[in-house]
Design a protein around this ligand. Sequence first.
Ligand SMILES: Cc1cc2nc3c(=O)[nH]c(=O)nc-3n(C[C@H](O)[C@H](O)[C@H](O)COP(=O)(O)OP(=O)(O)OC[C@H]3O[C@@H](n4cnc5c(N)ncnc54)[C@H](O)[C@@H]3O)c2cc1C
Ligand code: SF4
Length: 548
Amino acid sequence: MAEIERESMEYDVVIVGAGPAGLSAAIRLKQLDSDLSVVVLEKGSEVGAHILSGAVLDPSGIDALIPDWKEKGAPIKTKVTKDNFYLLGEGGHMRVPNWPMPPLMNNHGNYIVSMGNVCRWMAEQAEELGVEIFPGMACSELVYDGDRVKGVVAGVFGLEPDGSYGPNTEPGMELHGKYVFIAEGVRGSLAKELIAKYDLSKESGPQKYGIGIKEIWDIDPEKHREGTVTHTMGWPLGSNAGGGSFAYHAENNQLFLGFVVHLNYKNPYLRPYQEFQRMKHHPVIADLLEGGKRVAYGARAITEGGYQAMPHPVFPGGALLGCSVGLVNVPRIKGNHNAMLSGKAAAEAAYEALKAGREGDVLDSYATELKEGPVGKDLKRVRNVKPMWSKFGLAASLALGGFDMWTNNLFGLSLFGTLKHGKTDAAATGKASSFKPIDYPKPDGTISFDRLTSVSFSMTNHEESQPCHLRLKDPEVPIKVNLPEFDEPAQRYCPAGVYEVVEKDGKPEFVINFQNCVHCKTCDIKDPSQNINWTTPQGGDGPNYPNM
Ligand SMILES: Cc1cc2nc3c(=O)[nH]c(=O)nc-3n(C[C@H](O)[C@H](O)[C@H](O)COP(=O)(O)OP(=O)(O)OC[C@H]3O[C@@H](n4cnc5c(N)ncnc54)[C@H](O)[C@@H]3O)c2cc1C
Ligand code: SF4
């Protein structure tokens, strides 16, 4: 094929991803020097369209970035007033009192927010400072200059279904930066390439993940308690997998209801989506939902590896930010504050470098700040909680994890040192022959729903004539390897029903309904053969979340 000719544009800093990390970096750069040229590229149709978070926001990030955020009208209004933690059994529940919880688990002082709306507001702040933001621009390729990253390719549209260039193909543009920040969130496709190319994970353990599925409900105002935060663990997952639910009473009588399943589960018959649907029938939750209406649905993976799984965040010409490094404090289920702080720290490092006339080199000061500054401190003190969950199961790890967080909190040390994570989540998947299929109840259509009905509440859309963005390294693997060995779990872990095994001419065939993909990235993480590569579809496609 002939060399593709693209126009290019030059910036001081190019930022991929308009989440809290990317937008914080953009804002900080312009606060430091209004003459810097900064561009943010976002694959969603608008800023916020692909943002999905809980979310209870620890305001330490936004406080550091925009101290007068209240006066500036940030959509951060609902203070947490009540914090509940329940252990669920099949019919009953037990409330765990707040007093044995380490102080870092306390949610008072935090806010219930829609991070989609917070990002929309942050984008306005960035634009007022002169940042250029281009939504609907998927960054599909990195541009290298020798050993350094020089930029990205964005805005390729109209490829033929086989991926070739046709009469309607727009080749996109190259956006070059003196530094390139990758803020794609969890399991970014460019971040994955960079981590492999520069071997950025060589000194950390494997990254760990969960899948988070979320619904927004308009609930009966009589049952709504604005500011109440509830977390649960236990039923229905039991010993099948780790995870739990969250229910946040947001403003406007809305309930942000979600369920996280740790992706290191072994049983390939497990269906995270159905576990969530089943959980909603527990009396503690069902009572809240009765008389209400589900108004939105979505899913997104969440990083869980924490401190010991952080890849080295810098490479020649750029940096990884936010959940591209994996900055979620897992027991607190909070990563937005660290995403913001990482964006701010990366911006400060780039500003110093540019001021000194440097470009395209390694921003070592950002790597040091991330590990030793507030983000590293936040993650270090909870570093053993996730490995304990994986090793000891729910009950023992609640006690041991709590003890470990207390010793870290009081004395700044852990008696366990730094526990390692075991295998990758893909490698943790067990053979189907060692497990029995799980019998899930049928959805009732009122509280619980089937997958495809749910997907319609994510407003997902993909132009059908484009190439499938879920690329199989070897198209034979799903039927020849995954089906006999794991009963092809993609049929079950995908929260959007993208993957099916159907019978055609008496033979099984693997079908990918890529149009339904909600960009959660679970397939890229959990496929036991690591045969699925999530790549960007054309810009603007994917979910259209309102206020996730
Ligand atoms: C279910 C769930 C519940 C959570 N609850 C909480 C909570 O209560 N509190 C909390 O603090 N944290 C919570 N988190 C974690 C928090 O959401 C993340 O830590 C945070 O979103 C990370 O921010 P980010 O900017 O790194 O990435 P993201 O918020 O994921 O933003 C990345 C952006 O980059 C865009 N993008 C990605 N790739 C490309 C590309 N190649 N080209 C162009 N654009 C691209 C995406 O579309 C997206 O808009 C939760 C996460 C989940 C999944
Ligand atoms: S295809 Fe993959 S990324 Fe898309 S919704 Fe399904 S699991 Fe998530």
